[in-house]
Write a protein that binds this ligand. Structure first.
Ligand code: MG
Length: 420
């Protein structure tokens, strides 16, 4: 079994105007799709975030002729330097290549991917509703929550849509765009509408935009609503350790602990209790399993991080979560927001039921790339430039100011400090 063909394709798909601490999502997201074919007639697909083609292409020469079942050797050999000599995101690029190799190898073995890599811990995986403050979508054709959610009441309405449509029991507040008092009020209203006694869990993630003092203040204010965890309220592991001295709410992260290099500092400083694993960040599906082992050894919780996934990445996350017994929180999924354009996989989107997604029975990932859909999104990648939608923010607050040419770290609404 040898790789005979490698195809790396950038794809741009519509994204809704979702808000986070850095501003508003651009009008489309870019993903990289890796596809392989083998000399014995199998295919494999992988996906990762942004355009990683410059990192993957220099590996083409040795990948052609490589046996996709030799994952360990491929992982050791994969290098992250781009053709121009700059360092790319090796972990993210490798994650897409590894997924494609595992997909083809599992198909050849006749097994679903999670069974090929050692077997499943569960037949279905539970996910969390990933809820955002947002502007109304210009296209208005999404499968869920295309309207605006610009205050706590609007946020609760969005949560109701997600719960009604997908059955999620865990709800994630993407905070940090508005003043922390707005996030506290959203938490209060959400908890009132979705009580713990009915099995609902609520978590909040302001993407490290709060100071230690603000993080402690918010933690104290929401303790009574029994948060599942507080995700990246502030910046460093050390700062989280300080917040932890003032609250029993578990601290979670996909920012300050998001790679193997961050594990030792977290062991020493003890800031983060729950890791949000992500095979794109940690370097593949097998690395996700290794993250699980780390969590078991250290007594940390394991949840899942998600960002802008299309169907191939969602399937990869599904298998990674199914194959990792240590996963003990519903994983985040951005997949419901993959909407207006539909997906790049055949047969329509993967489906949630009662907050869960079933592992497909088919060998490999269980999804196949729709070549026409992919070609269409590749054309958009070549043709269009995403709008940064900053006029939407200015319409909301004419005094809002971009910094350093982007909206990163901007102050809204008109707060003088760079972070709350
Ligand atoms: Mg996060």
């Amino acid at each position: 079994m040898k790789i005979s063909k490698l195809k790396v394709t950038q794809a741009a798909t519509h994204d809704q105007p979702l808000l986070n601490s850095t501003g508003v999502h651009e009008s489309f997201r870019v993903r990289t799709i890796v596809q392989i074919e083998t000399d014995d007639g199998f295919t494999g697909a992988g996906e990762t975030y942004q355009d990683q083609s410059a990192v993957i292409e220099p590996n083409r020469e040795w990948l052609i002729g490589w046996d996709p079942r030799q994952i360990t050797g491929a992982r050791m050999r994969f290098h992250g330097s781009t053709a121009s000599g700059t360092k790319g995101d090796t972990s993210a690029a490798w994650a897409a290549v590894e997924t494609a190799l595992l997909d083809a190898a599992a198909k050849q073995a006749g097994l679903p991917l999670c069974d090929y890599i050692g077997g499943r811990a569960r037949d279905r995986v539970e996910w969390a509703a990933y809820l955002f403050y947002k502007f109304a979508d210009e296209n208005g054709q999404g499968e869920v929550a295309t309207g605006a959610a610009l205050d706590p009441a609007g946020f609760v309405r969005q949560a109701e849509e997600f719960v009604a449509k997908y059955g999620f029991k865990a709800l994630k507040i993407k905070g940090g765009f508005f003043h922390p008092d707005v996030d506290i009020e959203t938490f209060r209203l959400l908890r009132k509408r979705f009580p713990k006694s009915e099995g609902y869990e609520i978590r909040i993630d302001p993407n490290a935009v709060w100071t230690v003092e603000t993080s402690i203040r918010v933690a104290k204010a929401i303790e009574q609503y029994e948060p599942q965890y507080l995700e990246d309220p502030t910046d460093t592991i050390e700062m989280h350790a300080e917040v932890k001295r003032h609250t029993d709410i578990p601290m979670a992260s996909n920012m300050c602990v998001s790679a193997f290099a961050h594990v030792r500092p977290n062991v020493l400083q003890g800031g983060i209790d729950v890791i949000l694993g992500d095979h794109h960040h940690w370097g593949g599906i097998l690395a996700f399993k290794e993250t699980g082992v780390l969590c078991r050894v250290m007594g940390w919780g394991l949840s899942g991080h998600s960002n802008n996934s299309l169907g191939v990445s969602q399937a990869a996350m599904l298998h990674a979560c199914a194959a990792t017994p240590e996963l003990n929180f519903p994983a985040d999924t951005h997949y419901p927001w993959t909407d207006t354009d539909g997906d790049i996989i055949k047969g329509g989107k993967l489906q949630f039921k009662d907050g869960y997604m079933e592992v497909p029975d088919a060998p490999g990932l269980g999804v196949e790339v729709d070549e026409d859909a992919l070609a269409e999104r590749h054309d958009r990648f070549l043709r269009d430039t995403p709008s940064n939608r900053s006029e939407m923010i200015l319409a909301l607050d004419p005094g809002a100011k971009p910094r350093d040419g982007s909206w990163t770290g901007f102050n809204f609404p008109n707060y003088s400090k760079p972070r709350w």
